[in-house]
Every structure is written in structure tokens, then in C-alpha cells.
Design a protein around this ligand. Structure first.
Ligand SMILES: [Cu+2]
Length: 210
């Protein structure tokens, strides 16, 4: 709960900073391209483009090696990149070595900041970063709150305000889960009814609380 709220505030900060940072890109299927000096434009031998990228949790980033050399895109560790150069995210990722012209993928599931580097050329020559925000709440659906809602009301203490609940719950699950449910016969509908009932009970209890 606390981490979700923190993630939400991080997301809000990032969203607020968006217009200021030209290199930040929000895309459904983002790609990081590894280039050589000709395309890097900044005098570096190799580079990740864009060097900074913001995505929501659950996003898979494609890594295209467009350079003439082999590279990787690998989460920084303190020993590889130096303390303070790793980011605060909790997951690790690694494309492995990508030969020239090949591509790989990393899936970012945990909100936070992540600095990555190339295991072949090292942090000083090649690094970039991802900022992973909490999953997008742009498509809230009743089914999305199914998993989070009942447990929240069942566990007596619900310090979060009722209005905050559906938003963070919707953020935890993807809207795509709602689509199969509609076609999936009675169980799905019964589940949805239970969720609505649980939600009502939760709201009523929250209102009664002095
Ligand atoms: Cu490299």
C-alpha cells in the first residue's frame, strides 16, 4: 500500500516533468536502439537511444543493436557501475550479448529507477536509464479491482481513503483482464457481482467510520 502510493507520487512527479525532458518517451512498445558514433551525435563511441526512457510497470522494452559491435543492456550493479549509479529499482534485467543487427527484450515490472550499462564496453562508455512508473490507470475496470478490493476490506484496517482505493487497485492489474471475463460465462459474472458487493460493503463501512 505504501509503496503503491509512493509509486503513484513518483509517477505524478514524472508526469509533471515530462514537458521538461525531451528524451523521456512514453510509448506502448518502446525501443532502445544501440548506435555507433555516427548516430550518437554526442561524440561517444556507442550509445543507447534514447538514453533515458520512462515506461509503466509491465512494459517490455525492445533493444535493437544497430551498431557494428556486440553490446548488452544490463542492469547496473554497484561493482559494475559504482555506488550511486544503479538506480533504486528492485529488479534486475539483462539482454545478454546482442550481436550487431540483433535485438533482445527486457520486461520492466517493478516501479523505480534503473541504470543500465553494457557488459562489453562498461559503464563509462555506455549507460542509460529506465524510469518505471506504477502501471497505468488509464483503463480502470471493475474486474481489475477484483483481486485487490476484497482483501483490502477483509483486512480490517484500511487507512487509505476510499477514493484512492479503486485507482491504485486498477493500476495493479491490466485492463486486458477484463476482456476475457466478459466472454467467460457465469463464473466471471458471479465474480464481478461479488466484487461489486465487496466494494459496496467497503464504501458503507468507510462512511460509517467516524
Ligand atoms: Cu557495448
Amino acid at each position: 500500500m505504501r509503496t503503491r502510493r509512493r509509486a503513484a507520487s513518483i509517477a505524478a512527479c514524472v508526469a509533471g516533468a515530462l514537458p521538461l525532458v525531451a528524451t523521456v518517451v512514453l510509448a506502448a512498445n518502446p525501443t532502445v536502439t544501440i548506435d555507433d558514433a555516427v548516430s550518437c551525435m554526442d561524440g561517444s563511441e556507442f550509445c543507447y537511444r534514447p538514453a533515458t526512457l520512462t515506461v509503466s510497470a509491465g512494459t517490455t522494452v525492445t533493444v535493437d543493436n544497430g551498431s557494428m559491435a556486440s553490446h548488452s543492456l544490463t542492469r547496473c550493479t554497484v561493482s559494475a557501475c559504482g555506488s550511486g549509479n544503479t538506480g533504486d529499482g528492485t529488479q534486475s534485467f539483462d539482454t545478454g550479448v546482442l550481436a550487431s543487427g540483433s535485438s533482445g527484450q527486457v520486461t520492466l515490472t517493478q516501479p523505480g529507477t534503473y541504470v543500465y550499462y553494457c557488459t562489453i564496453h562498461g559503464y563509462n562508455t555506455m549507460h542509460g536509464s529506465f524510469t518505471v512508473t506504477a502501471a497505468s490507470s488509464s483503463s480502470p475496470s471493475p474486474a481489475a479491482s477484483a483481486s485487490a478490493q476484497p482483501s483490502a476490506s477483509a483486512s480490517a484496517s484500511a487507512p487509505a481513503s476510499p477514493s484512492a482505493q479503486p485507482t491504485s487497485a486498477a493500476g495493479a492489474a491490466t485492463g486486458s483482464r477484463a476482456t476475457p471475463n466478459t466472454g467467460a460465462a457465469p463464473e466471471g459474472r458471479l465474480g464481478a457481482l461479488l466484487v461489486v458487493a465487496g466494494l459496496l460493503a467497503f464504501v458503507v463501512r468507510a462512511r460509517r467510520r467516524p
